[in-house]
Design a protein around this ligand. Structure first.
Ligand SMILES: Nc1ncnc2c1ncn2[C@@H]1O[C@H](COP(=O)(O)OP(=O)(O)OP(=O)(O)O)[C@@H](O)[C@H]1O
Ligand SMILES: [Mg+2]
Length: 314
C-alpha cells in the first residue's frame, strides 16, 4: 500500500492547509501566546497545529496588508494588530473613510487618533510623512544600531478601504497648489522608509490591485499579506509567489498569511471592541505614553513624537 500524503515535497510549492483549527480564536485562548511575543512582534493567530503565527515589524515585515471581500474580517484583524501596538506603548492612527470601522478608538485618545474624511486622511498622511522625515534625520545622525535610535513611539497606521481611498486622495492631490507635499507622496514615503523609523501601515482593502493601489511597488511594500474570503483572482494578484491558488477557507476569521513566498492557513485573532479597549487601557506602557503626552499638553499626536520618548520608558 502506498501513502503519498507526506514526504519531502509536502508543503513545498503549495500552501499548507491543516485541519486542527479552533473554530474561533478569542483573546482568552490567545492571551498567553500574546504575552510571549517580543516587543516589535505582533501575534496574528494560530495555524492548524495551534502554533502562533506572528510578524516582527522591525525585522520581517514593516507593513501588513489585509485583503478580504466585504465582511471577511479586515477591520477585526486590523484592530487586533492596532491593539497590540498600542499596548506595547505605540501610537495608532486610523484612516477610515467609512468613519465607523473602529468605534472602539473614540475613547482612546491620545494613544489612538482617527482621520475620518478624505481631507482629514490627506492631512494625517502629510503629518505622518513629515514625522517620518523628522525621524529619518534622527536615525541618520544616531551612531548605534538603527533599531535603538530614539525616534519616538512606534506608530501603526490603520488604513481602511485603502484602494478606494487612494483613488480619492489622488483626486484631492491634483487640486493642491504646486509645491505642496502631497498625501500620496507621503504615503509612498511611509511605505518605503517606514521600517527604520517605526511607522507601519496596516492596510485593509477589498481588492488591492496594482492599479487601484498606485502601482506594483506599493502593493509589494506589504511584506505580509493576509487574505480572507478571497477569489482566485485576488490570490493571483497578491499571493502568486506563495504557490498555486487554494480556495479560501469558509470559516469566519480563517485566512491565509502570506510571507516570504509561503502561505500559512491561519485562524486569526478575534478581540471584541470592548476587549481591545480594555487591553490597551490595562497596559502600563500605553498608560505611560498617555501620561507623558498629557504632561506635554500635546495638542497633536506629533508633539510627543517631536520631543521624543526615551526607549524602554515605563
Ligand atoms: N478573526 C475572526 N474570528 C471570528 N470571526 C471573525 C473574525 N474576523 C471577523 N469575524 C466575523 O466577521 C465579521 C466581519 O468582520 P469585519 O468587520 O472585520 O469585516 P470587514 O472585512 O472589515 O468588513 P467590511 O468590508 O464591511 O468593512 C465580524 O463581525 C465577525 O463576526
Ligand atoms: Mg471593515
Amino acid at each position: 500500500m502506498f501513502d503519498f500524503t507526506s514526504g519531502p515535497y509536502t508543503g513545498v510549492g503549495t500552501p499548507q492547509q491543516s485541519i486542527g483549527f479552533p473554530a474561533m480564536l478569542d483573546l482568552e485562548s490567545a492571551r498567553e501566546m500574546m504575552a510571549q511575543v517580543p516587543e516589535s512582534t505582533i501575534f496574528l493567530g494560530v495555524d492548524g497545529s495551534g502554533q502562533p503565527i506572528t510578524v516582527d515589524l522591525d525585522s520581517e515585515s514593516p507593513h501588513i496588508l489585509v485583503n478580504a471581500s466585504t465582511g471577511g474580517g479586515k477591520s477585526v484583524t486590523a484592530r487586533s494588530v492596532a491593539a497590540q501596538v498600542a499596548a506595547q506603548g505605540g501610537l495608532v492612527v486610523i484612516l477610515d473613510r467609512k468613519q465607523h470601522s473602529h468605534r472602539w478608538a473614540r475613547d482612546l485618545k491620545p494613544n489612538v487618533s482617527q482621520a475620518l474624511s478624505p481631507a482629514e486622511i490627506g492631512n494625517a498622511l502629510v503629518q505622518l510623512g513629515k514625522e517620518l522625515h523628522r525621524r529619518n534625520a534622527i536615525v541618520s545622525k544616531f551612531r548605534g544600531p538603527v533599531e535603538d535610535a530614539p525616534v519616538g513611539p512606534r506608530i501603526a497606521v490603520v488604513f481602511e478601504e485603502m484602494n478606494s481611498t487612494i483613488r480619492e486622495l489622488k483626486d484631492l492631490d491634483k487640486r493642491l497648489p504646486e509645491g505642496n507635499y502631497r498625501s500620496f507622496d507621503a504615503f509612498k514615503d511611509v511605505l518605503l522608509m517606514g521600517r527604520a523609523v517605526k511607522i507601519h501601515v496596516i492596510g485593509a482593502a477589498s481588492l488591492a490591485t496594482y492599479r487601484d493601489m498606485g502601482g506594483a511597488p506599493i502593493v509589494e511594500s506589504f511584506g505580509t499579506k493576509i487574505l480572507l474570503r478571497y477569489s482566485p483572482q485576488a490570490w493571483k494578484w497578491l499571493a502568486a509567489d506563495c504557490g498555486r491558488p487554494v480556495s479560501a477557507p469558509s470559516e469566519a476569521g480563517r485566512g491565509m498569511t502570506c510571507y516570504g513566498g509561503r502561505a500559512k492557513e491561519t485562524q486569526l485573532l478575534h478581540m471584541t471592541e470592548d476587549e481591545v479597549t480594555e487591553y490597551i487601557l490595562a497596559s502600563p506602557k500605553a498608560q505611560a505614553l498617555a501620561h507623558h503626552m498629557s504632561i506635554l499638553r500635546a495638542p497633536s499626536i506629533w508633539r510627543s513624537a517631536v520631543r521624543g520618548l526615551p526607549r524602554g520608558r515605563s
